[in-house]
Design a protein. Structure first.
Length: 317
């Protein structure tokens, strides 16, 4: 809305107010486009005259007197501003997302191994009294959760709810990773047939109601692609960065490049790339056959086509 239009609308609203306190819904007229209606509550001063010939002034109900009123109107059809990313309550460490441009590249496997490796880092410092790190794993692949099986928590039951209404993560008996997943709420072999709003609601529950307090780091296993869940996470949760998992095939690398472009547009730093299934390593002699291509060595530690830091190449065994 232009300033002239806003001033005209403010004048009409003031003229439409009677001497009694009421709430009016004024419909704009004559050329103020894009505004459906505005509801304004007004009250009049106790004295109807200032004694100096000035016109009567009206003020917003219940608030302090203002000499002028400028309406703040969002044009019809204009999208609301995006939410501001925020840290999770009580979480001390960084939040690292694990993403992929397509499915079937081993993203969840990398996420589980990353979380388990972070737990063990507390034991590898040389100090025998150093406890394992407290690491969480959030399974954000709400329609295809696989984290419970990978962590040995399949059939472990539903997460408990504490006195404050927060979901208490289950602790993996094999890795010590603390996890929350929609898979804990499903029957074995069941499917989550959810549309976008339901998936967003599940993500908000896992992030907002999960008891992540006291963790040293949180790893988030995202669904593949650039859909609603990754974008919503980037807009609502303050991420330290994202790791992209791919395979050496050209098609997979192209999909990973699209994912990297989405994260860049969302303002999230891409920490690097993990190439999974990078050749077959013979367990006897160690010879590697590049069954999916990618035998070219990375140049300057950068991934082919992507130009991002190459964090590692994981062979088939």
């Amino acid at each position: 809305m232009r300033p002239r239009q806003a001033a005209a609308l403010a004048g009409r609203l003031a003229a439409a107010v009677s001497v009694s306190s009421r709430c009016y819904a004024a419909a704009p007229e004559s050329g103020i486009s894009g505004v459906a209606s505005i509801a304004v509550a007004w009250r009049r001063l106790a004295s109807s005259s200032t004694g100096s010939g000035e016109p009567r002034r009206f003020f917003p109900s219940g608030g302090p007197g203002l000499a002028a009123f400028t309406p703040k109107v969002r044009p019809r059809g204009a999208p609301p501003p995006p939410p501001t990313p925020a840290p999770l309550p009580g979480l001390h460490g960084p939040i690292i997302a694990v993403s992929s441009g397509k499915g079937g590249v081993g993203k969840s496997t990398v996420a589980v191994n990353l979380a388990a490796a972070l737990v063990r880092r507390g034991r590898d410092t040389g100090a025998t009294t150093t406890p394992p790190r407290a690491i969480g794993l959030l399974d954000a692949d709400v329609s295809g959760p696989s984290i419970p099986r990978m962590l040995g928590l399949e059939g472990a039951g539903k997460p408990e709810v504490d006195e404050e209404g927060r979901l208490v993560p289950l602790v993996s008996p094999t890795t010590g990773v603390r996890a929350l997943s929609t898979g804990f709420l499903m029957k074995k072999g069941g499917a989550a047939v959810w549309r976008g709003p339901m998936a967003m609601s599940a993500l908000a529950t896992l992030t907002g109601r999960g008891d992540w307090a006291g963790l040293d780091a949180l790893v988030v296993d995202l669904p593949p692609g650039t859909g609603d869940v990754p974008l919503s996470l980037a807009q609502t949760v303050a991420l330290a960065g994202v790791v992209i998992v791919t395979t050496p095939q050209e098609v997979s690398l192209e999909d990973a490049a699209r994912g990297a472009a989405m994260w860049a547009a969302a303002g999230v730093r891409v920490l690097g790339v993990v190439e999974n299934m990078a050749g077959y390593a013979c367990p006897c002699c160690g010879h590697r056959d590049w069954v999916f291509g990618g035998e070219e060595e990375a140049e300057d530690g950068k991934s082919r086509l992507l130009g991002l830091p190459l964090l590692g190449r994981v062979p088939l065994v």
